[in-house]
Design a protein around this ligand. Structure first.
Ligand SMILES: NC(=O)c1ccc[n+]([C@@H]2O[C@H](COP(=O)([O-])OP(=O)(O)OC[C@H]3O[C@@H](n4cnc5c(N)ncnc54)[C@H](O)[C@@H]3O)[C@@H](O)[C@H]2O)c1
Ligand SMILES: O=C(O)C[C@H](O)C(=O)O
Length: 341
């Protein structure tokens, strides 16, 4: 007699003995749950995750439209098994056994709005989704894309605290798009090989809280004083540049999907024990006066293995950090209050 246990282990009873036999399931590999999978980011991110060979199962969750997206993606001849889950009654199933949960659910900006203007709608969405994550897969890495990231990460953390399953090493605000943009802009400006150009971006993910460290670009390049300020401001305002160009049709989706997949892939490699370095907005003591801050971090099997810190800042960058602190502080407090209220 044999029984199937969670699809991966076969229990066979031979005479009086019980034997457990493991086998490699057709869809072996980590499970990623994508919450907001029908959206402007969700659809292209779902595509990139479907073709990522490090993923075994991909759960697509949204309040609407996931059967169509899943049917479409499931026709791609890559290994990941794709399943659709729609509406709160299917959220738990979407999350069961997830190793990584990626959250781009929520509304995007329109011209004239700040990311904080999204708080009233998106705070509740992130809170409710994280409640389900805390109950169903509390050990999963949670990568939050939904804006305002400076507040949604503290919101997620407070929800996990409430459920006594808080592990700050497993909750990430995705700021990879800032790094991707900084690398694109710097390499275009300086004619460097974009595939080898690295630019750390620290702080948070909104306006002045986005702090590119142009003094730490690798391979090293020199910027004149007249280049540093406008380039810094362009990186800080790059999201707004896209919002204005889209003229009411939303914010960055394709570049965000690219950046989101890069970050999720780093999480998955870390999970396997291949140490990775990425910038992300996490619980951090890198800078005095704020509880959450993005710096390069080392990722590994437990999530954040090491906070690598800001490195040596020049006077201009030190000033940028000081200017970011008040806004970061108030965004963090707003998120914490929202859950505690
Ligand atoms: N972190 C970043 O760098 C970054 C970059 C770009 C966009 N964003 C943010 O990502 C979010 C999504 O942007 P978008 O362009 O994909 O928006 P969108 O409106 O195109 O898609 C959002 C999706 O979320 C879904 N959704 C809404 N409520 C939900 C819920 N309770 N549960 C599950 N799904 C739900 C919607 O049905 C929709 O499919 C926005 O908040 C935007 O500001 C962040
Ligand atoms: O700018 C936005 O509102 C979306 C996102 O945060 C971005 O940086 O593109």
């Amino acid at each position: 007699m044999s029984l199937s246990m969670n699809g991966r282990t076969l229990m066979s009873m031979l005479g009086n003995g019980v034997r457990f036999v493991s086998f490699r399931s057709k869809h072996s590999g980590p499970k990623v749950a994508l919450l907001g999978a029908n959206g402007g980011i969700g659809q292209p991110l779902g595509l990139l995750l479907k073709i990522n060979p490090n993923i075994g199962r991909l759960a697509l969750y949204d309040i609407v439209g996931t059967p169509g997206v899943a049917a479409d993606l499931s026709h791609i001849d890559s290994p990941a098994e794709v399943k659709a889950f729609t509406g709160p009654q299917e959220l738990q199933k979407a999350l069961e056994g997830a190793d990584v949960v990626v959250i781009p659910a929520g509304v995007p900006r329109k011209p004239g709005m700040t990311r904080d203007d999204l708080f009233n709608t998106n705070a509740g969405i992130v809170r409710d989704l994280c409640e389900a994550v805390a109950k169903t897969c509390p050990k999963a890495f949670v990568a939050i894309i939904t804006n305002p990231v400076n507040s949604t990460v503290p919101i997620a953390s407070e929800v996990f605290k409430k459920h006594n399953v808080y592990d700050p090493k497993r909750i990430f605000g995705v700021t990879t798009l800032d790094v991707v943009r900084a690398q694109a802009f710097v390499s275009t400006m300086k004619g460097t090989d974009v595939s080898k150009t690295t630019v750390p971006v620290i702080g948070g993910h909104a306006g002045v809280t986005i702090i590119p460290l142009l003094s730490q670009v690798k391979p090293s390049v020199k910027f004149s004083d007249s280049e540093v300020k406008p380039l810094t401001e362009r990186i800080q305002d790059a999201g707004t540049e896209v919002v204005q160009a889209k003229a009411g049709a939303g914010s960055a989706t394709l570049s965000m999907a690219f950046a989101g997949e890069r970050f999720v892939n780093a999480l998955l490699k870390g999970l396997k024990g291949e140490k990775q370095v990425q910038c992300a907005y996490v619980k951090s003591d890198a800078v005095q006066g704020v509880e959450y801050f993005s710096t390069p971090i080392e990722l590994g099997p437990n999530g954040v293995e090491k906070i690598l810190g800001t490195g040596t800042l020049n006077a201009f960058e030190k000033q940028l950090v000081q200017s970011a602190i008040p806004e970061l502080k108030s965004s963090i407090e707003k998120g914490v209050k929202f859950v505690k209220k």
